[in-house]
Design a protein around this ligand. Structure first.
Ligand code: G
Ligand code: G
Ligand code: MN
Ligand code: NA
Length: 250
């Protein structure tokens, strides 16, 4: 269809850009890093959600080009921030990982941007990590570079917790589904607390995604939880806005 056709030229026409959503460290009351998220401004249809165009890019294989571009954009932008400890997390799609080109693309993006490897996090969805047994070598290679690996949407596909434990990973991003009814349902609270404990007992950093309400934040703080991301704290923003916001923090 039309979107599919248009997406092929979107990058060349300059219709794609990256926005950045802070991940807040509640212990330091400051951003620990940002997640880079892609945006497509279509000349006719306006903003098209990545939830709609990323699947199209995956089907056509265009995702490898888009993913490579996203890595360069995100690494370059982050390398230019005055806050030189902030990390950037880039979503890497299944098809890009399976193409076998991610390691080379990461090496190139780090080289061209000069970003320290320990400032780059790659977000890979849990289902890919569980399904694709042969990507472990690539994950190891990325970690050898000093890059960290985050499991995105954690908890949505616990088909094999045992396998997850054996993977070379650093960060769990708890799916926002775990915040549902947190305020009203003690069992949901126990579940959330258990997931957080699981992560820390595995030595992983845990980020709670999708925090939208003050009460949720309060409950997480009461649980002693540290890293949060969500509309309550900050929405995804343009690089210029991020720079301003970071300047305000100093
Ligand atoms: O930003 P938003 O919440 O609208 O993103 C919707 C979905 O698109 C999420 O699953 C998110 O991970 C994915 N997404 C956003 N930006 C990128 C990107 O740069 N690369 C990939 N592979 N997925 C992305
Ligand atoms: O699949 P992934 O975790 O990468 O998705 C990230 C998406 O979640 C981004 O598109 C971002 O816009 C969205 N997001 C970030 N914070 C919130 C939030 O507080 N609520 C909701 N509903 N979505 C959020
Ligand atoms: Mn993500
Ligand atoms: Na997620």
């Amino acid at each position: 269809d039309q979107l599919r056709t248009d997406l092929a030229g979107a990058l060349a026409r300059g219709e794609l850009r990256m926005v950045y959503q802070p991940v807040v460290d509640l212990a330091l009351h400051a951003p620990a890093g940002v997640e880079a998220l892609m945006r497509w401004q279509h000349p006719e249809f306006g903003a098209v959600s990545p939830a709609d165009f990323i699947p199209l890019a995956e089907e056509s294989g265009l995702i490898v080009d888009l993913g490579r571009w996203a890595l360069v954009q995100a690494c370059t932008a982050t390398g230019q921030l005055a806050a030189d400890e902030l990390y950037v997390a880039v979503n890497v799609s299944a098809r890009h990982v399976l193409s076998g080109q991610v390691v080379d693309d990461v090496v190139s993006a780090l080289a061209s941007s000069g970003l320290r490897p320990d400032r780059l996090v790659l977000e890979i969805t849990e289902s890919v990590l569980l399904d694709e047994l042969h990507i472990t070598d690539d994950l190891e290679a990325l970690r050898q570079l000093g890059v960290r690996i985050a499991v995105d949407d954690f908890g949505t596909g616990w088909s094999s917790l045992a396998r997850l434990v054996s993977l070379p990973i650093d960060v769990l991003k708890m799916d926002r589904a775990f915040l549902t009814d947190l305020e009203t349902d003690p069992q949901r609270r126990s579940l959330c607390r258990s997931v957080l404990q699981l992560g820390s007992s595995l030595g992983l950093a845990v980020i709670v995604e999708g925090v939208e309400r003050t009460a949720e934040l309060q409950l997480l703080q009461d649980m002693g939880h540290r890293f949060v991301q969500g509309f309550l704290l900050a929405r995804p923003m343009e690089l210029a806005q991020l720079t301003d916001r970071l300047a305000d923090h100093d």
